[in-house]
Write a protein that binds this ligand. Structure first.
Ligand code: CMP
Length: 223
């Protein structure tokens, strides 16, 4: 029963039954309600997590409350590996962005999984490379794009798993501002510019992409 659930979680889906059984033997689960902190930046790292359901926000807070969202992680994605592999303390905070359930694997068992299961380790490395790529692109975007291009980039990134036509997503302006590491006012202005040019619609926290090709072009991505 739990094995069937684990198989549905993409991070575990490629593992053999033997490997899956090893994970089963060591993973617990824990529920978090929307808004609840899983851990805070600088906490000592103790566990590795995989999202079983819901959505987890990874973010950092700087100085007097400035926030930067690094990622929203959904079913099948993992977090908490950095402090277990490298630095001892958490590099960012993790918070449930909606009611969520997590697989929890303690440090000692996580290290054993890495050493004994090459498929697991390869999957982990593959995802870390993807995240590094995304960070490089974000640095490029911050240095060379204006707020409009960065907003277009963020909308495309945050909506990449939405398959409705037209693409719709629920996100408020504060969340968008935190994702871009800026404040609400410039984001509000940029949203209005995109609205006026018919690229998106945005009303009461619901964003609709009306012209995806134009959005990609504003973000600097090839059409
Ligand atoms: P750790 O440092 O243990 O705790 C915070 C976690 O956030 C970190 O491990 C990673 O799993 C995750 N994390 C940090 N930066 C990013 C990022 N840019 N994208 C996705 N996840 C991240």
């Amino acid at each position: 029963m739990i094995a069937t659930i684990l198989k549905q979680v993409s991070f575990f889906s490629g593992l053999s039954n033997t490997e899956l059984n090893k994970v089963l033997a060591i993973a617990g689960t824990k529920k978090y309600s929307c808004g609840q902190l899983v851990f805070a930046k600088e906490d000592l790292g103790g566990n590795f997590f995989v999202v079983k359901s819901g959505r987890i926000k990874i973010f950092t807070t700087v100085g007097s409350g400035k926030k930067k969202t690094f990622a929203f992680l959904k079913k099948g994605e993992f977090f908490g590996e950095m402090s277990l592999l490298g630095g001892k303390t958490r590099s960012a905070s993790a918070q449930a962005a909606e009611d969520s359930e997590l697989f929890v694997i303690p440090r000692k068992n996580f290290k054993r999984l890495i050493l004994e299961n090459p498929d697991f380790t390869l999957k982990l490395m593959h995802t870390l490379v993807e995240r590094l790529n995304k960070c490089d692109k974000e640095i490029e975007s911050m240095l060379f794009h204006n707020i409009l291009g960065r907003l277009a980039d963020a909308i495309l990134e945050l909506s990449k798993d939405k398959h409705s036509k037209p693409v719709k997503m629920a996100i408020d302006q504060n969340e968008l501002a935190q994702y871009l590491g800026t404040t609400r006012v410039p984001v509000c202005r940029a949203i209005n510019t995109l609205k006026r040019s018919g690229v998106i619609d945005y009303h009461r926290g619901e964003l609709v992409i009306l012209n995806a090709a134009r959005l990609r072009s504003i973000s600097g991505q090839a059409e």
